[in-house]
Design a protein around this ligand. Sequence first.
Ligand code: ANZ
Ligand code: ZN
Length: 818
Amino acid sequence: MTRYDFAAIQEKWKARWESDRAWSAPRLPAGEKRYVLEMFPYPSGDMHMGHVENFTIGDVIARYWTKRGYDVLHPFGFDAFGLPAENAAIKRGTPPREWTYANIERFTASCKTLAFAYDWDRSFATCDPSYYRWNQWLFLKLFERGLAYRAEAKVNWCPSCRTVLANEQLSEGVCWRCGSTPQVRDLEQWFFRTTAYAQRLLDDMDQLSWTDAVLTMQRNWIGRSDGAVVNFTIAQTGDTVPIFTTRPDTLYGATFFVFAPEHPIAHTLAMRAGKIANYEAFVEEVRRQSDIDRMAMTSQRRAFDLEATAVNPLNGEEIPVFASDYVLMGYGTGAIMAVPAHDQRDFEFARQYGIPIRVVVQPEDAEVLDPDTMEEAYEGQGHLVNSGPFDGNPSYEAKRLIGLHLKNHTLGYPDTQYRLRDWLVSRQRYWGTPFPIVHCPSCGVVPVPEEQLPVELPEVVDYQPTGDAVSPLATATDWVKVDCPTCGGEARRETDTMDTFVDSSWYFLRFCDARNDAAPFDPETVNAWMPVEQYTGGTDHAVMHLIYARFITKFLNDIGLVDATEPFMRLLNQGWITKGGKAMSKSLGNVVEPAEVIEPYGADTLRLHMMFIGPPEAPYDWPEEGAQACIGSFRFLERVWRLVVENAAELSGAGEPSGSSELRKLIHRKLAVITDDYDRYSFNTAVARLMELQAALTKAVGTAPAAEVREGVDVLLHGLAPFCPYVTEELWERLGGTGSIHKAAWPEVDRDLARVERVTMVVQVDSKVRDRIEVDAGIGEQDAVALALASENVRRHLPGEPAKVIARPPRLVNLLTG
Ligand code: ANZ
Ligand code: ZN
């Protein structure tokens, strides 16, 4: 066989690796470990190119670390509960279970063809009862500690998904899944108390090697604000009303007071004013708006005059009291002091209703602020004016002083608030984990005892959700009817199911010990593998999955089951793969499936192409010409194939090379930079250097000693192995290599040979010498030209782009203008 028959090679090694269970990690690592994980997929059909990129990145890292001698855990499974299965069931009449497992089978087959080095012995789908039973266990643990609770709340109802959504699951105000605008409803729902962990979620970000973009999104989502609680008094009733402000330094500038319309004291004041009917209509109107609309900057504010005054505790001033939509009941204390000179929303309100504006912070080195001519609030820092004894203090200092003063006179105290809300986990849908909860008419809310888990999801006849916020599970009447675990009386099961983000909040722990049927996992095993050193996935999970997984890890750490306080130490966000500029999706009909490339060119070509097109983080628009775009990678593998197969006899008999020929220097220099590229996850440059190495070796065949060429071929195959597992394994075998190349150690760089000599490169413009630059003797053409173009003197003589470039690295670059 001299032709590069990728299909035959694929079949041969796929079967071999599968029967050898080549990537099954031991129960516990023996030496130093690495846990490599890609965000597990939702099996909505076969995989597409976005998955291929994500999984190839993780796979290359896992394979590289294996070759570097680590014990690697690289598991894979399916995030298999969720709406698409139900929607498919409604459309086609196939039960969600059948549809899901059929997709999992197809998806798994594609993973195997693409040679992803997964530990299939640890694989599972979250819809397996042997998995979701532990979701129920987790729920019980949270419930026991008061971290899972039921409450009536104003929630976001997606009219098209017909379920509620957590706040994290709104993106820019619309449903993350379908893009519909949610409605506001009052429902009794289950929550997890994520807010109890707000500060730790912030503090522990120090430990994480994540991009600044994702860390910033997390920080903003948690939204810590430092300020003070200040007690105002309603003059007419004597009620004390605390407010939260981030700017206690502006207390003298408060000219009115605003309640959230839902505030109970606002209600009493409306009653007192004899305006209760109007008030209730007003509240009703406001409640129909989402919080996001209420917070938005608009010039129109809904206001209700409560005909009362509030006393400012610092200066005794009485200011008018309103209720308005822009104050939210769920943040701070649900009431504010309004400082129109220094808060834009208060400013708009004051202008709209003709309320006085008083400047109390004067910016340094600026014109004196005039309330009559100001066009917007001044929200910055400065020094205090119109603020009695605090005049002249810098505002940041006044913030501290006034906080202290409030505390000393028991008028308030310094305080911290978080924007983060508790995680709403109830869903009114069928295809999810049932809550282990029973509602009993005499005992109330009763948890199902641990030994009765799992509460299995029953089959139902109709998956159509009922529009009035009741899960289709309610139609499984035999299942719903149950004896109360406490009193034995007739009770009914909770019919909501858990948010599928509960499933993904701890799956990485289960992977460590996936077949445990006595516990969610054995702590010893989890502690040996956790944390995940390298996690790869899209930025779309920056605040959803990643906040939840961090929260659950901290909780399990608190109850002594997990040593790690953070689940994912390093996060790589791969770039989006698009087609025609749009994210690949079934509904747009622009999905490119891997088979389009695998059939004509093979899995190795597809993997190589994916790593060659750019850095892992860069987006890539799948080209119009489709599979044809991969031809360059395919031709390269053909050249590698010929280099080895046509010279197999001499190469396999070759001994150890010695000496320090130019070829050996080149080989070790390449090895040094390729190793560095791998360590930096700069896979596209590693591929480029492997291509250069192959070209040099092909040229050297026949002239250089066979032992030296063999040394270079080994570097080539080892360097290529994580990208192209099939062809490298086959060629390794043909050269008589021992065992699998994928378990063989990464080659050692000979530092003496790799030492880079410096030479002087002459740079010419139109054949006139314009610069001399010190460069590495091994510099490539691209780098040489880039250096030449960056030279200042060259730029002076070459205003635009050169028309032609003659590059003879490392000695000469000549740039021609015409
Ligand atoms: C007076 C003030 C003066 C304020 C000033 C700001 C600037 P963050 O940073 O988001 O935490 N606020 C407090 N509770 C609120 C609620 N329930 N609904 C709407 N707004 C509320 O914002 C805190 C600031 O938002 C608080 O500080 C308060 O306005 C407002 F020059 O108090 B401030
Ligand atoms: Zn009972």
